[in-house]
Design a protein around this ligand. Structure first.
Ligand code: GDP
Ligand code: MG
Length: 142
């Protein structure tokens, strides 16, 4: 499997629960390296742009409102099969369907407040990483 990068966001509910370190530890134990990170309080425009693919969905306004409700932790994860690995660690979008021991099973309280974001494909990973980071802000260890 190839080395990949993916964009991860610890959403406002998980930041408020003070579990950034717990979630980082899961990434590291799974063999993923954090090669860039920043804490941000997203503006409405930033959240709308990030989730533009969902603009026509009924839940879009709720999603944007939730994502701007408090600070988020945004990171680039690098490693073998990073995109799928991160999605596996996160669990299903709806925490009621998330496998036991996943981030969403452990920390999410609803389909809105579902603790984490992870890119779903190489194309979205590239777009989402460049949405938040310049290449020179990333620090791969090789
Ligand atoms: P993800 O890739 O697993 O995060 O899921 P999606 O890309 O399908 O959706 C993006 C985010 O929108 C999800 O993480 C949820 O926070 C939110 N979302 C998705 N589906 C629903 C829904 O049916 N209702 C509500 N309220 N929020 C949703
Ligand atoms: Mg998605």
């Amino acid at each position: 499997m190839a080395t990949e990068r993916t964009l991860s966001i610890i959403k406002p509910d998980a930041v408020a629960k003070n579990v950034i370190g717990d979630i980082y530890s899961r990434f590291e134990k799974a063999g993923l390296q954090i090669v860039g990170a920043k804490m941000l309080h997203l503006s409405k425009e930033q959240a709308e742009g990030f989730y533009a693919e969902h603009a026509e969905r009924g839940f879009f306004a709720d999603l944007v409102s939730f994502m701007t409700s408090g600070p988020v932790m945004v990171q680039v994860l690098e490693g073998e099969g990073a995109i799928a690995k991160n999605r596996e660690l996160m669990g299903a979008t709806n925490p009621k369907e998330a496998a036991p021991g996943t981030i969403r099973a452990d920390f999410a309280s609803s389909i809105d407040a579902n603790a984490a974001h992870g890119s779903d494909a190489p194309e979205s990973a590239a777009r989402e990483i460049s949405y938040f980071f310049k290449e020179e802000e990333l620090c791969p260890r090789g």
